[in-house]
Design a protein around this ligand. Sequence first.
Ligand code: GDP
Length: 461
Amino acid sequence: KERVRAAEEGIMGGVEGEKPPEADARLLSLAPLNLVVIGHVDAGKSTLMGHLLVKMGAVTTKQIHRYQKESKEIGKGSFAFAWVLDEGEDERARGVTIDVCVKHFATKHKVVTVLDAPGHRDFVPNMLSGAVMADAALLVVDVTRFEAGFERGGQTKEHLQLVRALGIGQLIVAINKLDAVGWSEDRYRSVMDPLHGFIIGPEAGFKSSNVQYLPLSAFEGTNIVDNNCAELKAWWGEGATLVDLIDGLQTKGRGDSTGASGGPFKGCVSDVWRTGDKTSVSMKVDGGTLRNGQKVLILPSNETAIVKGLECRGASVPECRSGDYVDTALLNVEPHFVSVSSVLCDPSSPLPVVTSFTAQLLVFDLDIPIVKGQQVMMYLHTGVDSATIAALEAIVNKQTGERENKRPKALVKGMVAIVRLTVPKPVCLDCKGSGGVGTLSRVILRDRGKTIAAGLVLQPS
Ligand code: GDP
């Protein structure tokens, strides 16, 4: 909570504990975009996002100086930019990003929320919560050690498949550390070419037109907001910077200045906290518009509440739209009816509450095939719970999208399959393609510490 607050201070210049400032009209007119940062450990994700946030004025140089001083004290001076995102004590000592940290900055047309995902294997679940919330992905690749992240055991491929399976179609690939290879165009291409083959190939399946590449140096801050590097300019010319590419991402179905924002209100709770007898939540709006004073239905508890006060992008706002993160208090409801993974929606358009549903999943790199009856950990939008694979219904042909091989015996790596899942307690979810941003239909399965499959809910069953 504090972390989100601190992040929002950056952009709005607020002070913790003070009443939120009045909304900035310009910020409110911009379309919200949630960007998850993926890639192998040490690719430079945190350095890049730290530098970006500083350049966009979302973090002050004072904060940076504090981080620099602290990082020197424990002998990790080069991590100063990374520390903008790595705020916990633990993370600093280890020099890795553990939590998904949320930060905001504004470009010409967008308010961007950065979800920084860690690359370490054992921290993968945090990356999942970032990916579930995202509208687009930024992949950071280390040009000096590309193979380490790309071959078996590296996270680059798995992260790409995961975001694609969750329905995230837009991708920016930042080929990083070009300073360390003398800004060589040949080195840039030698990484970009095989990577592009994988990204648009059958395993990841991105559309070529939705993927953009750029060379940069996170450490030197080159080609993030501007490009003053003569060696890069020699072959990149006046090509796009990272911020140009982010600004140009599509935000279809998202609230924007035209007021277009897909269907009735729905959203999922990612945090709950109580002050005195007041219950407050953080939530991502997944569709429609939420207004201050509005009555909402809480599922699966099936209680109603009144929304009191909306705080979005660090300011009090009268309403917020599809794609926004918002903090709000819930009145007239007992606290135990609201929890992380609760869904809030328009009482006249309740979403399904189920204990059994089908999902279309992409199967990841597995040691043991997935079989009927298997117990798994299920990440469904903002919730985590155990689930059972009750039936393997069909395999989907990746080229045609058609169902074939009804009732397969087992699922192995690379398959796309329709699976029926059952859960011990009712969950509220949304179905693929029912409008809005799509977060509420995203599902990821893990078993024995590994992500085994990810995809989208199809329908209650
Ligand atoms: P993450 O694990 O992906 O978040 O990676 P970090 O941001 O923590 O960076 C890992 C290491 O790479 C640190 O030592 C950084 O200083 C270094 N690094 C990051 N970006 C660059 C870059 O553009 N050029 C060079 N030479 N080193 C970089």
